[in-house]
Design a protein around this ligand. Structure first.
Ligand code: SF4
Length: 81
């Protein structure tokens, strides 16, 4: 079972790309101008991916000036950011 969930709120993401600069798991889409994270599935408000391990996802989330990236520990249900 995956340990972490990384979600991006596309209503909040402004597409300036601080996350993309810090972490190669994120990229900006030419289509919608929003950040996308590798492996994510679409959700009504954005997208999310479940992972066994975090790589640079947390640094990217911490750098987002709009707090659009959220990480949850799925084992404890703790919201890390
Ligand atoms: S840093 Fe935040 S607002 Fe900027 S592109 Fe990434 S998710 Fe969107």
């Amino acid at each position: 079972m995956p340990k972490f969930r990384v979600g991006i709120d596309h209503n909040t993401c402004q597409g300036f790309g601080a996350c993309v600069e810090l972490c190669s798991k994120f990229e900006l889409s030419d289509e919608d101008g929003k950040s996308h994270v590798e492996g994510a599935k679409k959700l009504p408000s954005g997208e999310a991916v479940e992972l066994d391990e975090l790589e640079c996802h947390k640094e990217a989330a911490e750098a987002c000036p709009f707090n659009a990236i959220h990480i949850t520990n799925l084992e404890t249900n703790e919201k890390l950011i």
